[in-house]
Design a protein around this ligand. Structure first.
Ligand code: DGL
Length: 283
């Protein structure tokens, strides 16, 4: 099992932001990444749909790719399916992601924290529990961002790309304006939690909009560290001379637009197109 790959999945390219941290933290491991972009975005679909997709992908990665661990690199899928995934695969090492409210508490000086994510994540019971448990420690302003993950997903598309990039800026302007004032003065939001793995790829646009002093908090590093800890504890960490060439230890699968995934993997991870392949359409 030690030699087996780690499975990672997301509705599309968002999970590449988590994969980036996994690659850095686990230099000897192999990864198989499932971009479910034939069904993206997840954020505005029903819980049932997202749960069914998550279970089908997990099943496939276990049976066909013999993964030793699964990272659910998607906040929406974690909120909708992590419980069921744990129930159905009690022996699999499973790591989910959730909006980084706790790390944000440690950073914020003004005590006012913004949270953006999909409707599915922010409307979930799981998120509600997390928020309620921390509400006495800071003020949180929560904003679902309909359409944003899709615009980011399409930003590397050959023909839709330019329009989507303009749309990302427009949507961010609208949503952050609705949230209120950002800055470091008392009462203002000085910290923004990126509660969707896609949003990491809009960090530059957010910095331009909110100013460099507003801290953006994402989950890649803690998730990668947690994955490493769990593999170590189970004696499943792959040892080796690593770091191996990236292209030899990653396989990216897409059941949607393959060219968009290739462009995203090249732009953000510096990966050659050859690491991306078509996924089994029956999953
Ligand atoms: N990247 C995912 C998340 O973290 C899903 C975005 C979507 O497909 O709507 O929530």
């Amino acid at each position: 099992m030690t030699e087996s790959p780690i499975g990672v999945f997301d509705s599309g390219i968002g999970g590449l932001s988590i994969l980036q941290s996994l690659l850095a933290a686990l230099p000897a491991e192999h990864f198989v990444y499932w971009a479910d972009n034939g069904h993206a975005p997840y954020g505005e679909k029903t819980d049932l749909f997202v749960r069914q997709r998550s279970l089908a992908i997990a099943e496939h990665l276990i049976k066909r790719h013999h993964i030793k661990a699964l990272v659910v690199a998607c906040n929406t899928a974690t909120a909708a399916a992590i419980h069921e995934l744990r129930t159905q695969h009690p022996h699999l090492i499973l790591i989910g992601v959730e909006p980084a409210l706790k790390p944000a508490l440690k950073i914020s000086q003004t005590g006012h924290i913004g949270v953006i994510g999909t409707r599915g994540t922010l409307g979930s019971e799981k998120f509600h529990r997390l928020l309620t448990s921390l509400e006495d420690q800071a003020r949180f302003t929560v904003q679902p961002c309909d359409g944003l993950a899709l615009a980011i997903e399409q930003s590397t598309h050959l023909t839709l790309g330019a329009h989507s990039t303009a749309q990302i800026t427009e949507l961010l302007q609208t949503y952050t304006h609705e949230m209120g004032d950002f800055g470091q003065a008392p009462g203002q939001m000085d910290t923004l939690v990126l509660g969707c793995t896609h949003y990491v790829f809009a960090e530059n646009a957010l910095h331009k909009l909110l100013g460099p002093q507003v801290q953006l908090v994402s989950t890649g590093q803690p998730v990668a560290q947690q994955t490493r800890r769990l593999l170590e504890a189970a004696a499943l960490l792959r040892s080796g001379p690593g770091p191996h060439a990236l292209a030899n230890r990653i396989s990216l699968l897409s059941n949607g637009d393959l060219a968009s995934l290739q462009a995203a993997a090249q732009r953000w991870l510096g990966l050659p197109h050859a690491v991306c392949r078509r996924a089994d359409a029956h999953v």
